[in-house]
Design a protein. Structure first.
Lengths: 452, 252
């Protein structure tokens, strides 16, 4: 075998741009092509990759075949049933463009629209409405999966295929290749969000405000200033605005959805630019920018849900060494760990300019789904910070002790022991996976790293 | 698989009793290490190396029989190791210093030196490169030597084997560029080890753990060549540009 690279091979990383590995990227445009790829899988296996928004190594597989299902991009909306059937390669952006003008919204959106339907299901993504609506997977009514033998399976959340269905929700693409899914939608009379904003001067105030607001809002999230000792923050909450809340002028285009890219991050970003000073300045400005208290502000979908989508390739700002996002969940009984986590990150000198706190509602039946009742904290940190590994390992330990865990779609560093300990239903999931993929075709760098 | 913070899980040491390589294993971040294979000829030293690393708290250390000179078996040997799981870091650290004067008098000894240090390294190096290429990630560290930078009267046979190895390793690194696999060429000066015991110390002589720390830092930074200690780079640049009549007259 020659050592040279072929045209089909590409170095792939996650959104955090750490740990590249080389894979053969194969575009598939039909079910038959996917079946063929699965049946002719080599020793390094097969994995479907969407838009590469998972932060770590979930959507890459060194030496393997990575399927690009871009072509599975059809979106059809059934206004009578209130459901969407979409190809796995369709982005939530394209789903929204198709259904918002028709008066419907996706049941759950993460902080970016640039994820595929297949990826949203595999990572079982959540959004600002988790405490009310649960995860994306909880809204899936049916999905089509090509299993490890190349057979096409129709899976549903209840009945005979329930176990396979729930193993696929949050299954990180390791049960098969999802090609299509049907999910329910939220009816809209306008595309605007009515937003209430409140500043809080310390973490206790942030958390108590969020607890009391649980029942009041469909969407809520808090941004935390990790530089300030007090961990002050800004809580934004909202709901879809009814057409009656719009001005006469706004009503003329009540269901408009035209998000625009505002800027693109330059391709080469010096690693030193994001330092303690600039992060401190950013945090200060972000806090000051928010009104002390404001209600009923009408914002667009993209401004409220996906502010970072306005800056294309923003992941480049962390420079060549990349970054990671630490996202954990802890039960309500261990809410003090949020403070501990923020302190630890600050002590190790890993200030984050994007730290988000959110309340989760109850878990769903999927064995590997991340969310569970409690608090979730997500913090971006540069990968090059000295001592970060030990600090995060210490934090992992506390989180595991308390019954919490880390989000696989964000993970790029937890130990296999930490994973196995905090996902106690792993062996149950593996049994179902082994039925769906007896030859062990589906794998990823994440699966190898964590011995999944 | 290395994680986002550069913590490896698995290491293969070719020349599993090499003090510099063992020091490198000790210097690696440990929190994710779970498989260390020491490949060497069976010996008391090899058993001791397994025991010492294990006593140091490093888990998953095992030994495998490997002889750099029997190149026919190299392919199957490397396949066996990689088939059992990905290898994140391969340390190519075997080599013999030999005695220059004896080798001058007995060319068979010189051939043996060349076979181990160069031919054996080319063989196993290519097999390792093939498997790193297949898995799409991983690093190969090749322990070259400043002796290969410019052949000296006093050790040119050893030096020429390292010169060949160094050129091979650089070329291999270029061949693997962009494949996710990576080659780091390390050029230590004189290092205090069993190999150099009893020899007069050269200027800038260093210790195995200093070389090890430099290797670990360079891996983290993704470097392709590094001297150990670092300033040797300037010394060697000077020596390489020296006219031969002057170079010949330098003290050994």
């Amino acid at each position: 075998m020659s050592l040279s690279i072929s045209d089909q091979e590409q170095l792939l990383t996650g959104w955090g741009r750490t740990c590249p590995s080389l894979a053969r990227v194969q575009p598939c445009s039909s079910t038959e092509e996917v079946q063929q790829a699965v049946r002719s899988a080599g020793a390094r296996g097969v994995l479907a990759r969407g838009l590469g928004r998972s932060y770590g190594d979930a959507a890459q597989s060194g030496g393997g075949t990575v399927l690009d299902l871009h072509a599975f991009d059809e979106v059809s909306y059934d206004p009578v049933l209130g459901t969407v059937t979409a190809g796995a390669g369709a982005s939530l952006d394209s789903v929204m463009k198709a259904i918002v003008p028709a008066g419907a919204f996706v049941p759950v959106t993460p902080g970016t629209r640039m994820v595929t339907v297949g990826g949203a299901i595999s990572s079982d993504v959540h959004g600002k409405n988790h405490h009310v609506d649960g995860t994306f997977g909880a809204h899936v009514l049916a999905l089509t999966l090509i299993d490890g033998s190349g057979e096409v399976r129709e899976l549903r959340p209840d009945g005979d295929s329930a176990a396979q269905f729930w193993a696929t929700i949050g299954g990180m693409g390791l049960t098969g290749v999802i090609t299509q899914a049907t999910f329910d939608v939220i009816p809209l009379t306008s595309s605007l969000i009515s937003v209430d904003t409140q500043r809080a001067n310390d973490l206790d105030e942030v958390m108590s405000t969020m607890v009391s607001g649980d029942d009041k809002y469909r969407y809520t999230v808090a941004w935390i200033d990790t530089v300030s000792q007090s961990a002050r923050g800004v809580i934004t909450s909202g709901d879809h605005a009814a057409i009656e809340q719009l001005s006469a002028k706004q009503r003329t285009h009540a269901l408009a959805f035209e998000p625009k890219a505002i800027a693109t991050a330059p391709p080469i970003f010096p690693s030193g630019l994001l330092n303690k000073l600039t992060i401190r300045a950013f945090n200060e400005a972000w806090f000051r920018k928010a009104p002390k208290s404001q209600t009923g502000d009408l914002q667009s979908i993209s401004a409220f849900f996906h502010p970072l989508d306005g800056v294309q390739d923003w992941n480049r700002i962390y420079g060549p060494r990349g970054f990671l996002q630490y996202q954990c969940v802890v039960p309500d009984s261990a809410s003090h760990l949020i403070r501990v986590a923020l302190d630890k990150l600050r002590d190790v000198g890993a200030p984050s300019f994007l730290t988000v706190l959110k309340r989760f509602g109850p878990a769903n039946p999927a064995p590997l789904s991340f969310p569970q009742q409690g608090w979730t904290l997500a913090a971006d940190v540069p990968a090059g910070v000295e001592g970060l590994g030990q600090a995060l390992d210490d934090l992992d330990h506390l989180i595991a002790e308390a019954g919490g865990r880390l989000y696989l779609a964000k993970d790029s560093r937890q130990s296999p022991q930490m994973f196995a300990r905090t996902y106690p239903r792993l062996s149950e999931w593996q049994q179902v996976r082994d039925q769906l993929d007896p030859r062990g075709v589906f794998t990823s760098d994440l699966a190898r790293r964590l011995s999944i | 698989m290395n994680d986002a913070l550069g913590e490896p899980q698995s290491v293969l040491v070719l020349g599993g009793t090499s003090e510099i390589a063992l020091a490198t294993v000790r210097a690696l971040p440990r929190s994710r290490l779970r498989r260390i294979v020491l490949a060497a000829r069976p010996s008391v030293a090899r058993n001791a190396a397994v025991a010492a690393l294990t006593a140091d708290g490093i888990v998953g250390v095992t030994a495998l029989d490997f002889d750099a000179r029997t190149t026919q078996g190299h392919g199957a040997f490397v396949d066996g190791i990689f088939d059992a799981g990905d290898i994140d870091i391969v340390l190519l650290a075997f080599g013999v210093l030999g005695d220059q004067e004896e080798a001058e008098a007995n060319p068979d000894l010189a051939v043996e030196m060349a076979t181990t240090n160069y031919t054996g390294a080319v063989s196993i190096g290519l097999h390792v490169a093939r498997r790193l290429r297949t898995q799409g990630h991983g690093s190969l560290v090749v322990y070259s030597s400043v002796a290969g930078d410019r052949a000296r009267r006093s050790n040119f046979i050893y030096g020429s084997t390292k010169a060949g190895l160094d050129a091979f390793a650089q070329g291999l690194g270029d061949a693997l560029h962009g494949t996710g696999a990576h080659v780091l060429v390390v050029r230590p000066g004189m290092v205090r080890t069993r190999m150099t015991e009893g020899l007069p110390e050269a200027p800038m002589t260093t210790d195995a753990n200093v070389v090890a720390d430099i290797v670990v830092k360079s891996l983290r930074k993704g470097k392709e060549t590094v001297y150990a200690p670092g300033p040797l780079r300037f010394v060697m640049a000077g020596l390489k540009s020296m006219p031969r009549p002057v170079f010949r007259k330098l003290p050994r």
